[in-house]
Design a protein around this ligand. Structure first.
Ligand code: NAP
Length: 186
């Protein structure tokens, strides 16, 4: 029950779903740190439910200033970060996944921004605040490996996440920072 004792974690999208489950598991292993999300109500509820040394910092992962704020505030409170879980993503608000006939260029950009670009910049913004030897976990999807109707853009973004993890692993070797992808099933 103490694999993560004294470890500081940041879990984006930790206020619901898979991210909240990860936060609970980390708490049970002794970690402290930050969960994030845009919805302050669910964020506060999630922090209260964790009943531990986790704080909530509101922010949109597609906004550079919000990412900077998340990592700076976490570091101010807890010191350097040991584990970063890049989990925020999935369905874009108000824009259900759809087949190629029904996705506009703007829809394409919004899916890529949330599911690929934000992951890259979450890692980039976190770098100054990560300990050497830290672990970064990118949340991918089984959709990266297996096609599903109406999910081409999301699948492509999640497939790129796997490449991102491989490339970033090499780039971050000098700091001994590991980068892995987890692919939950649909
Ligand atoms: N559930 C599945 O079946 C499944 C399968 C494979 C992969 N995944 C992946 O697992 C991850 C978590 O998904 P989930 O199913 O747990 O979904 P979820 O319950 O909808 O959680 C998504 C989380 O991301 C946050 N989020 C969304 N857009 C954001 C933004 N622009 N800025 C900041 N936070 C944002 C949401 O919080 P706010 O709304 O408060 O911002 C929420 O906490 C995603 O990357 C998803 O692609 C899910």
């Amino acid at each position: 029950m103490s694999k993560l004792k004294n470890k500081v974690a940041v879990i984006t999208g930790g206020n619901s779903g898979i991210g909240f489950g990860i936060a609970e598991a980390f708490k049970n292993e002794g970690a402290s740190g930050t969960i994030t999300g845009r919805n302050e109500v669910t964020l506060n509820n999630a922090v209260a439910a964790l009943k531990s040394d986790f704080i909530g910092i509101a922010g949109d992962v597609t906004k550079s200033d919000d990412l900077e704020n998340i990592f700076k505030k976490t570091s101010d409170k807890f010191g350097k970060i040991d584990v970063l879980v890049v989990n925020a993503g999935g369905v874009v608000d108000g824009l259900p996944m759809a087949d190629i006939e029904n996705i506009t260029e703007e829809g394409y950009d919004r899916y890529m921004d949330l599911n690929l670009k934000s992951s890259y910049f979450t890692v980039k913004k976190a770098l100054p605040y990560l300990n050497d030897g830290a672990s970064i976990i990118l949340i991918g999807s089984s959709a990266a490996h297996r096609a599903a109707p109406g999910m081409a853009i999301y699948s492509a973004a999640k497939a790129a996440i796997i490449s991102l993890a491989k490339g970033l692993s090499l780039d971050l070797l000098p700091r001994k920072i590991r980068v892995n992808t987890l692919s939950p099933d649909l």
